[in-house]
Design a protein around this ligand. Structure first.
Ligand SMILES: C[S@@+](CC[C@H](N)C(=O)[O-])C[C@H]1O[C@@H](n2cnc3c(N)ncnc32)[C@H](O)[C@@H]1O
Length: 384
């Protein structure tokens, strides 16, 4: 069956027209303004706060901490005064957090529960006694388990020293008993996850551990640096973005999906396992649990269709999309799932589109060069 026949069978006339636009391999970025930013960007410097950790103090693939000022420039220029922003693929939450002020409602969302825990901690907490929390953190830090547990049996002497892995497992177990409520449990779990990142024998994700186990610093939990006064009208979700988008509305929708076939649940399975604490069986050298229900459509061939559906249901005034241009690489896992022309064509159905571009150093696995990489924001003014 030809591609055209196949599409005719599957879609209604209106949908068919849309599909032709999406899948046209020769579609160009004609009539779309590309604005290059040559400004040198600095990103907000970490404020050193002894005893505390901040939202950006973790390693996370594709995090946009260094792009927050670039994003903010575009927002200021294009969106004027805004009352609400939704960061619908929030990951670490650094973008939503950058705009988190008393008079702005920030909605954050991520499909991973481990990210949800951190998003709730930094952007959802409205009532927490930091003195009591400090007492609990001091107690957790004082644990010295001598026996093995679920975590040390599965992850000891690989991702962590045996001593640290025993401590991580024992602390996570105690968090279940010690937490006064769900919010406190999420905050303590987040403190543990940030501490774990500092002692993990990895290059920043859990697809593999480094052969030489030389990350031997002891595990230390710190207090999160939270600005509670900014959180009162915020919302935090742990849902598939395509489902959530049908239930919410906002002034600005910021969209930063995965770009390629690398599933975040594969890269962060260990943190997800730790946050959920269902103690599932784990498999293979990398000790991954079953992640069937956490896979993202944005990493599959159906990414373009998922993106089109997301935009179709978006109820907002402005859309900003981050998508990098790694292009074709020898490592097919690095190839972008959605073409630039497809992003533009889909957004154009909602309103006027412009592309903002600046140079940026890409994350690279070593197989793709990352040379000449630019970071782009596709901007759409809805309804124009
Ligand atoms: C490129 S990262 C976002 C990085 C984020 N902007 C930051 O600065 O940390 C993409 C995120 O989308 C999440 N994700 C993937 N598919 C999703 C889906 N269908 N719905 C919601 N979140 C999803 C992943 O777990 C990952 O955290």
């Amino acid at each position: 069956m030809s591609k055209v026949q196949e599409l005719s069978e599957r879609y209604s006339i209106a949908e068919r027209e849309a599909q032709y636009l999406l899948f046209d391999p020769n579609a160009q970025l004609e009539n779309t303004t590309v604005l290059k930013f040559d400004k040198i960007y600095c990103y907000p410097k970490d404020k050193v706060m002894p005893g505390f950790f901040q939202i950006q103090n973790r390693r996370y693939l594709g995090n946009k901490y260094k792009l927050t000022v670039f994003i903010s420039d575009i927002l200021r220029e294009k969106c004027g005064s805004i009352q609400s922003i939704c960061d619908i693929f929030a990951g670490t939450g650094v973008v939503g957090s950058y705009f988190n002020k008393r008079n702005i409602r920030i909605t954050t969302n991520d499909i991973l529960y481990s990210n949800y825990a951190a998003l709730r901690t930094f952007m959802g907490v409205t009532d927490i006694d930091l003195n009591k929390l400090k007492e609990k953190i001091d107690f957790l830090n004082s644990l010295r388990p001598a026996k093995d547990n679920y975590f040390s049996l599965n992850f000891g002497n690989t991702y962590f020293t045996l001593e640290n892995s025993r401590k991580i497992g024992a602390i996570r177990e105690k968090i279940e008993e010690l937490s006064a409520n769900e919010e406190e449990k999420l905050v303590l779990t987040t403190s543990l996850m940030y501490a774990v990142d500092k002692v993990a024998n990895t290059v920043g994700h859990y697809d593999a551990f480094r052969k030489k186990l030389d990350t031997v610093n002891p595990l230390v939990l710190l207090l999160p640096s939270i600005k509670i006064e900014n959180n009162f009208n915020n919302e935090v979700y742990c849902e598939d973005a395509n489902q959530l988008v049908q239930k919410i509305n906002c002034d600005v929708l910021y969209i930063d999906p995965p770009y390629n076939s690398r599933q975040y649940c594969d890269a962060y399975h260990l943190l997800e396992n730790l946050a959920r604490w269902d103690k599932p069986d784990v498999y293979g050298v990398a000790k991954k649990m079953d992640r069937g229900n956490l896979k993202s459509n944005y990493c599959l061939k159906s990414a373009t269709k998922a993106f089109a559906e997301l935009i179709r249901y978006a109820k907002c005034k402005h859309i900003l999309v981050s998508y990098n241009n790694t292009g074709e690489s020898k490592d097919c896992r690095s190839n972008a799932r959605i073409k630039d022309s497809e992003i533009v064509n889909i957004l154009k159905r909602k309103g006027d589109v412009q592309i903002f571009e600046r140079n940026y150093k890409a994350f690279t696995t070593g197989k793709s060069s990352g040379e000449g990489h630019t970071e782009r924001i596709f901007y759409c003014k809805v309804g124009v």
